[in-house]
Design a protein around this ligand. Structure first.
Ligand SMILES: [Zn+2]
Length: 223
C-alpha cells in the first residue's frame, strides 16, 4: 500500500514537470469579463492594455478552444467596437480580446445606420456592454472614396454619409483629419439617434469614445 502511494505521488510529481505550465494570467480576460470589468473605465483600460499586448506581440487571448468552452452558454462582452470593413483592422486581434469579450460591428467608413444602432442597443441595454468605441483608421478607402466623390452602385450612398466629415482647407493630412472628424460625427449621430444609448450614457452605465488605428504600426490612439 505504502509503495503504491509513493508511486502515485512520484507519478504526479513527474507529470507536473512534463505538462507545460500554463502561462500566468493566460485566461485572465475571459475570467475577468464578469467579475472584474464592471465599469466603462475598466473596459477602456482593458482595451488599452490589450492593444499594448498586441503591440508587444504578447497576446494572452489566443486559446480559442478554452474561450469557446467558457462562452458556450452565454456572452457578456464588455465593449462594442464599431470599426471599418478594412481587412487590416480586425478589432478582436488588435485589442487581444479573443472570443466572447467584445461585440464588433464593421462597415466601410465606420458609420452608423438604424441596424447598427439597433445592434448597439442590444449590446448595451440587453447584454450590459459598458463601452462603445467608434474606431477609424488611416489610409481608409471609404474616406478616400468620400473625398474623391466615388460613384459605384450602393457605395455611392455609403460614402455620401462620410462626406459631412470632409475637412476642407487643411494644411495637414486631409485623409487623417477627415477620418478622425468622421469618428467624432459618428459618435454624435449615435447619441442623437439612439435615445436608449443616450439614456445609458446619462446614467453613467455606458461610455462612448473615439479611437484611431494606425495600420502601419498597429497602435490604437483614443481620441
Ligand atoms: Zn476604412
Amino acid at each position: 500500500m505504502k509503495t503504491k502511494i509513493i508511486a502515485i505521488v512520484c507519478l504526479l510529481l513527474t507529470t507536473s514537470f512534463i505538462v507545460p505550465k500554463r502561462r500566468e494570467n493566460q485566461y485572465l480576460i475571459n475570467q475577468s469579463v464578469n467579475t472584474e470589468i464592471n465599469t466603462p473605465d475598466e473596459a477602456l483600460a482593458e482595451l488599452k492594455a490589450g492593444n499594448a499586448r498586441f503591440l508587444a506581440n504578447a497576446m494572452l487571448n489566443t486559446d480559442y478552444k478554452t474561450q469557446i468552452e467558457h462562452t458556450k452558454e452565454n456572452q457578456h462582452p464588455h465593449s462594442l467596437i464599431l470599426s471599418c470593413l478594412d481587412s487590416r483592422v480586425p478589432p478582436e486581434i488588435i485589442f487581444d480580446q479573443g472570443i466572447g469579450n467584445i461585440f464588433v460591428a464593421r462597415v466601410a467608413g465606420n458609420i452608423v445606420d438604424a441596424d447598427i444602432l439597433g445592434s448597439m442597443e442590444f449590446a448595451t441595454k440587453v447584454k450590459g456592454t459598458k463601452l462603445i468605441v467608434v474606431m477609424g483608421h488611416n489610409k481608409c478607402g471609404a474616406v478616400k472614396g468620400a473625398i474623391d466623390n466615388a460613384q459605384l452602385g450602393n457605395l455611392t450612398q455609403l460614402v455620401s454619409k462620410i462626406k459631412p466629415a470632409i475637412v476642407h482647407n487643411t494644411d495637414n493630412n486631409k485623409m487623417d483629419e477627415t477620418a478622425q472628424n468622421n469618428v467624432k460625427i459618428t459618435i454624435g449621430n449615435i447619441v442623437r439617434d439612439s435615445p436608449v444609448i443616450a439614456e445609458l450614457i446619462k446614467e453613467g452605465k455606458v461610455k462612448i469614445v473615439g479611437a484611431y488605428y494606425d495600420i502601419e504600426s498597429g497602435k490604437v490612439s483614443f481620441l
